[in-house]
Design a protein. Sequence first.
Length: 215
Amino acid sequence: MTKRSPFRYFKTNPEIIRLALVLYVRFPLSLRNVEDFLHERGVDISHETVRFWWNRFGPLFAAEIRKKRVSRMRGHSNWQWHLDEVFVKINGDTHYLWRAIDHEGEVLESYVTTRRDSRTALKFIRKSMKCFGQPNVIVTDKLRSYGAAMKVIGNVDRQETGRWLNNWAENSHLPFRRRERAMLRFRRMRSLQKFVAVHSSVHNHVNSERQLDAT
């Protein structure tokens, strides 16, 4: 049985839809900026159309990219993860964006929570391992929640902490910060979780394509 195309009810070329979403997610552009960008290239659409495409196809594209990456990376040898958490304000309240980044700088998992305790850290690590398997080394900062979670999982011997060891993860959130400012911050936790999932997948995809072109 052939799989139905998700674009079957749309007159717009799927490549234009993909381009609009990549522009919106990958670069610090507003919906109206994307509208203007496409208009200059002969594509006449509304910024509300871009918003609709984002809500309809953003998670679909992210899942497609993620599926290909998981199948490719599960058997990777000498895999090293960097775990980090970023503070994000939603309507004045502090939330935490937990992120797992591999040794190549690609974001594996993003998880938004309201807490920063060991229970949340345990849930995040288990969620990442369920999807990507077991890494050889897990680099974290000195947050005690990580150590407590590692004891439960039995990965204490794989954990590494140090003052400069996790700079890779701490610097990798800069593209997200630029995008956050362009969107004038987030208003709902659900919207943030949805965006970071798509943003990380598209960011990884664009970076991997650039590396392939360079080689």
